[in-house]
Design a protein around this ligand. Structure first.
Ligand code: CAA
Length: 390
């Protein structure tokens, strides 16, 4: 039985910051951000968007009534969750009207969360072939104003429907993974910003890719020539390039050229959104599928997932015959085209706007946010959400 990705939804907030302008205001050469890091624009989440609403908006785009009946498992991968007890999946389940006979949980391992969710979903479908699983990867990446990580912030979510006989991509069974206790990036529960050892995180990412790739080759007997493209978790778009480069060195020239060209295409959306942590790998996959129109059904795509701390995994999928019919390319083009630029002072003010933590009531202006699903306020420490169309 084939199991894999049937639909992919994506949502990013309606505001963005131009990285050239951020660089100038920080007294940095813009080339460092646009070439050295590889980011053009950074999504800026208004206070009316949080990881729950981002995920709900991404899923809202793809779910029809039949999906809502068939989904019996909602798995939410996030590392910027809003509650240490209640899962973000329960809120999304309610906001989208998914049938009550479903499980709803949150999983965490930095940017690896959504990949863990997909692997769990695969097992669930193998046992229950009639089911569908909704996997969400949603995050707001916050390092802080004037920090070295600032240029690698971002916000957004992907939503994936995993089921049997998938429309977009069948996931293959061979997979290589590893875990090592590394303090490269972490966020203690008392902090709303991540702590990071930037240099170590880059080194670990590269080392993990090299390791799981070697492991995968041994397990599968496949080599680079068997791949049309390899997509990466992209904390910033230069990162995957750095990891791919040493691995490509021994490949034939034509294979190197193909993988390099397709890597570049797979960075398109990420370059204009920034890091979305758990969803980032799947945003890169989406960039490739939606922007390279001549990708052939039957070809194999590699996926490298890296979650600091750290867990890494390399796995693969085969594009299905009518996969283009399942994409929402038009919606995503419109979403990018309708975004509004904010100035650096506006971004800084939005960054510092936070919700009260003393139980007081705040009502937020959801009319200023074009998203269908918004955070409407907070009262007695309970977030209030609204689906404007429900
Ligand atoms: N024009 C062109 N390029 C320039 C330049 C210019 N004017 N000035 C500098 N550069 C280049 C540098 O040569 C360097 O290139 P290489 O990496 O190819 O050598 C690049 O710009 C970055 O410069 P620095 O290394 O000096 O940058 P930095 O030390 O200020 O910070 C960073 C970079 C470590 C990525 C930092 O932004 C950071 O800590 N980000 C958060 C952590 C992160 O994203 N880690 C990635 C791996 S961990 C992971 O993947 C999980 C996750 O999601 C967090």
């Amino acid at each position: 039985m084939k199991i894999g990705i049937d639909k992919i939804g994506f949502y990013t907030p309606h505001l963005y910051l131009d990285m050239n302008k951020l660089a100038v205001s920080r007294d940095i050469d813009p080339g460092k951000f646009t070439i050295g890091i590889g980011q053009e624009k950074m999504a800026v989440p208004p206070v009316t968007q949080d990881p729950v609403t981002l995920a709900a908006n991404a899923a809202y785009e793809i779910l029809d009534e039949a999906d809502k009946e068939q989904i019996d498992f909602v798995i939410f991968g996030t590392e910027s969750g809003i509650d240490s007890s209640k899962s973000a999946a329960v809120y999304v389940h309610e906001l989208l009207g998914i049938n009550p006979n479903a499980r709803a949980i949150e999983v965490k391992q930095a940017c690896y969360g959504a990949t863990a969710a997909i692997q769990m979903a695969k097992g669930h479908i193998a046992l229950n072939p009639e089911s569908k699983v909704l996997v969400l990867g949603s995050d707001i990446a916050r390092y802080g104003l004037n920090t070295s990580g600032e240029a690698t912030q971002g916000a957004g979510a992907v939503a994936l429907v995993i089921c049997a006989d998938p429309g977009i991509m069948a996931l293959e069974d061979k997979s290589a993974y590893m875990t090592a206790d590394v303090m490269d990036f972490w966020r203690p529960v008392y902090s709303d910003k991540a702590f990071v050892n930037g240099k170590l995180s880059n080194e670990q990412y590269i080392a993990f890719f090299a390791d799981v790739w070697e492991q995968f080759k041994q397990k599968s007997g496949l080599d680079l020539k068997d791949f049309e493209a390899i997509t990466f978790h992209l904390p910033y778009t230069k990162m995957g390039k750095k990891a791919l480069k040493p691995v490509l060195e021994d490949a034939p020239e034509d294979v190197q050229e193909r993988l390099k060209a397709n890597y570049q295409i797979s960075t398109g959306y990420n370059r204009n959104v920034g890091n979305i942590y758990t969803g980032s790998l799947y945003l890169s996959l989406l960039s490739l599928l939606e922007q390279k129109e001549d990708l052939k059904p039957g070809t194999r795509i590699g996926l490298f997932s890296y979650g600091s701390g750290a867990v890494g995994e390399f796995f693969t999928g085969i594009l299905q015959s009518n996969y283009r019919d399942y994409l929402k390319t038009e919606n995503h083009n419109k979403m990018f085209a309708s975004r509004k630029e904010v100035t650096v002072p506006e971004y800084e003010a939005i960054f510092e706007e936070t919700l009260p933590t003393n139980g007081s009531t705040v009502k937020l202006d959801t009319d200023a946010d074009p998203a269908v699903i918004c955070l409407a306020g907070i009262s007695e420490n309970m977030r209030q959400y609204v689906n404007k169309l429900k």
